[in-house]
Design a protein around this ligand. Structure first.
Ligand code: GAL
Length: 692
């Protein structure tokens, strides 16, 4: 039994004593906030406002039994916290936090601004958002507010300030979540005026804007700022990109409005985050998250089962927002309620999913939600307790995760994911391709995953970063779809190659500039000279085109770029086979050694088998290591490094049990003892320490 578990059972057996002296116990727990909670936390979303206070104690005892160390509260409770304008009541939340502490459970406080109360939007209807079709969204769902509206921000700031005054120095509060899953924007005339003002600040003059957007085209030229519309698709590419930048900046200022009052009134040890949604691209997360302390996301599978590649990429993307460990703020206890078919994850899969998050750099996994509300829109969602208040069949599996997190905490404390490979990700590029896919089957997310999957399998660790990040310590940097290339990013990439790095550019790279205009040079624009080659023409394919070369014989299913090698030192890696005549025998992938560095361009969307070979070539050429070799297919390996050594999180996602030998003995963190081989049932998990 681990120490902290022993402490928990001790606590249970001394329940009477604690009941007699709740405050003392709470204080003792409180004192220990920053230093002594386990490094890995299990959590749940808890809505005490939905239940009689007399029930809280039972819920918290059941949470404690399940090894839950943190609850997130408050994020939809505005009507309880401010039932009338300016009448605040946070006493109940204070009591809930204190009671949770009594059960050794910390709290994350969510600001409730994703769900404004009815009195607010009734009295100030301008705070409601206008949908794209001009309809004003009404009360009764959530996210009905207008993120750009000054009146709404006034109220949001006040409630956040009240909360910060009350809980900002509460040692049982670990941190803050601002709002919840930013997503809905507004198309009202005031927001449009703000957008026009934003454009004025960015472009300075209409002449400049007109030139950069080539508005001579189709007589789009503007002679006054207030002529400029909001468009989200089929518009001028410069306008579309500007709107998304405005959306991102406005989320940032929306968040800052609350962040400032929280920071001003809270301990610096309390983190501030928000919960994002994985691959969701409704705003530029690099812009919005720059002001926060930590990234957190809501990890839902929805229909089907966990796809470790897709889900792993979402974890790595989230880790890359702040380039450090993150939290899974919400995840599904079995099933959701919003998919077409809300199937449950299989027995063991929820545990595997929790460990999958830890392997990719999460320090907390928190379930949404503890117990379903008796009414409201989400009655069918998975929970840990049924409507009757007793555990559901999944509860023991989650309790096992809780115990395991406690066991593994000492070894995983302070560990981080350290990668030799970075994949570059850009929202601007994704949007640009989505607005003009040119082939309806071209999904930039899928394209990204086509590189991520095989590279991750070889390196067992990949960082996903924005193109202006510091790249100097990576052996290999791959930019699968960097369609929009800013000057700053181009400089960063050139510096990386000059420093001896290997840069791989995927199809559609560097076609556009910062205004989503075409680059004046052929792709890859400012990098073409370096590459010693360029894209002569791109082809949307209606059927697969054969390919052959260094990576074997394969197919290019939906996109092909005809490349040329202009420099004697540029090597052709792959060529197209016979197809439309234009592509026949032409280069599909080229590479050039430049000083100690290298630039490679892959113009063809590769089939999975060829991509595997390409990934092998990329990693071999860059001397990228596989930390745990000879792992069977379907078994996912993640590594976190720390002072004790390397901690491997190994999960069997294959359809059958798997066994494989280890090249050196390792300490089994969950089961104890030393291991020289690994045997895992389906969804089995091993956490192994390879000490220095
Ligand atoms: C999330 C949301 C939660 C809950 C959950 C259900 O998107 O943040 O409040 O609705 O989905 O899956």
């Amino acid at each position: 039994m681990s120490k902290s578990r022993m402490k928990s059972s001790l606590y249970c057996s001394t329940a009477l004593l604690i009941l007699l002296a709740p405050t003392r116990w709470a204080n003792r727990f409180a004192e220990s906030r920053t230093s002594s909670h386990p490094a890995l936390l299990l959590g749940t979303a808890w809505y005490p406002e939905q239940w009689p206070e007399s029930r809280w104690e039972t819920d918290l005892s059941l949470m404690h039994e399940a090894g839950i160390h943190v609850v997130r509260v408050g994020e939809f409770a505005w009507s309880r916290m401010e039932s009338e304008e300016g009448h605040y009541d946070l006493d109940w939340l204070d009591r809930a936090i204190a009671l949770a502490a009594k059960h050794q459970i910390y709290t994350v406080v969510g600001t409730p601004t994703a769900a404004p109360p009815a009195w607010l939007t009734q009295k100030y209807p301008e705070t409601l958002r206008t949908a794209e079709d001009g309809r004003v969204v009404q009360h009764g769902n959530r996210q009905q507010f207008n993120w750009a509206n000054p009146k709404y921000r006034e109220f949001a700031r006040k409630i956040a300030e009240q909360m910060a005054h009350r809980f900002g120095h509460n040692p049982n509060v670990l941190g803050w979540q601002i709002d919840n899953e930013y997503s809905e924007v507004s198309f009202d005339s005031r927001t449009r005026a703000q957008f026009q003002q934003w454009l004025k600040e960015r472009y300075g003059t209409l002449d400049n804007l007109n030139a950069r957007w080539t508005t001579e085209y189709w007589s789009q030229s503007y002679t006054a700022w207030d002529q400029i519309p909001i468009q989200v698709k089929y518009g001028n590419p410069g306008l579309l990109l500007s709107w998304m930048r405005f959306v991102s900046d406005t989320w940032r200022s929306y968040q800052k409005n609350q962040l400032d009052v929280i920071r001003a009134n809270s301990d610096s040890g309390q983190f501030v985050t928000t919960n994002t949604m994985g691959a969701y691209d409704g705003f530029d997360h690099y812009t919005v998250l720059q002001d926060l302390d930590m990234a957190a996301w809501d990890d839902y599978v929805g229909e089907g089962h966990l796809d470790p590649v897709k889900n792993g990429a979402a974890h790595d993307l989230t880790r890359g927002f702040k380039e450090k460990n993150f939290w899974v703020m919400e995840t599904q206890p079995g099933h959701v309620n919003w998919a077409d078919i809300n199937n449950s994850l299989d027995k063991g899969e929820v545990r595997a999913m929790a460990w999958h998050a830890i392997g990719h750099g999460a320090d907390t996994v928190s379930y949404w939600q503890w117990r379903s509300a008796m009414n409201g829109q989400e009655q069918y969602h998975g929970t840990l307790l049924g409507a009757d208040g007793t555990p559901v069949p999944l509860y023991p599996e989650v309790a096992q995760v809780g115990k395991e997190f406690e066991k593994a905490s000492a070894v995983l404390a302070g560990t981080t994911v350290q990668s030799e490979v970075a994949l570059l990700h850009s929202y601007e590029s994704r949007w640009a391709i989505q607005w003009q896919p040119h082939n309806k089957n071209y999904d930039p997310k899928e394209e990204f995953l086509s590189y991520y999957g095989p590279l991750r399998a070889i390196s067992q660790s990949v960082d996903i970063l924005q193109p202006t990040s510091n790249l100097s310590h990576y052996k290999l940097v791959v930019a699968p779809g960097l369609n929009v290339l800013s000057e700053a990013a181009a400089k960063n990439l050139i510096a990386y190659v000059e420093g001896g790095g290997h840069l791989v550019l995927g199809q559609r790279s560097a076609m556009k500039d910062e205004d989503n205009s075409l680059q004046p040079e052929r792709q890859p624009g400012p990098l073409a000279e370096f590459l010693g080659g360029r894209v002569e023409q791109y082809y949307a394919l209606i059927g697969p085109v054969p390919l052959e070369g260094k990576w074997g014989a394969g197919e290019c299913p939906l996109w092909a770029e005809l490349l040329s090698a202009k420099n004697a030192a540029t090597e052709v890696l792959m060529r197209y086979g016979k197809s439309n005549g234009w592509l026949d025998g032409q280069p599909a992938a080229i590479t050039r050694q430049v000083g100690k560095g290298r630039v490679t361009y892959i113009g063809a969307w590769l089939d999975p088998k060829t991509m595997q070979q390409a990934a092998k070539w990329m990693t071999d050429t860059s001397a990228v290591k596989t930390p745990l070799p000879s792992v069977p297919e379907g078994v996912e390996v993640s590594v976190r490094q720390g002072e004790h050594g390397a901690v491997f999180v190994i999960i069997n996602f294959a359809k059958t049990a798997q066994t494989f030998p280890l090249s050196r003995p390792m300490k089994d963190v969950l089961e104890g003892g030393e291991k020289t081989s690994v045997s895992l049932p389906v969804y089995g998990v091993a956490v192994l320490l390879a000490a220095h």
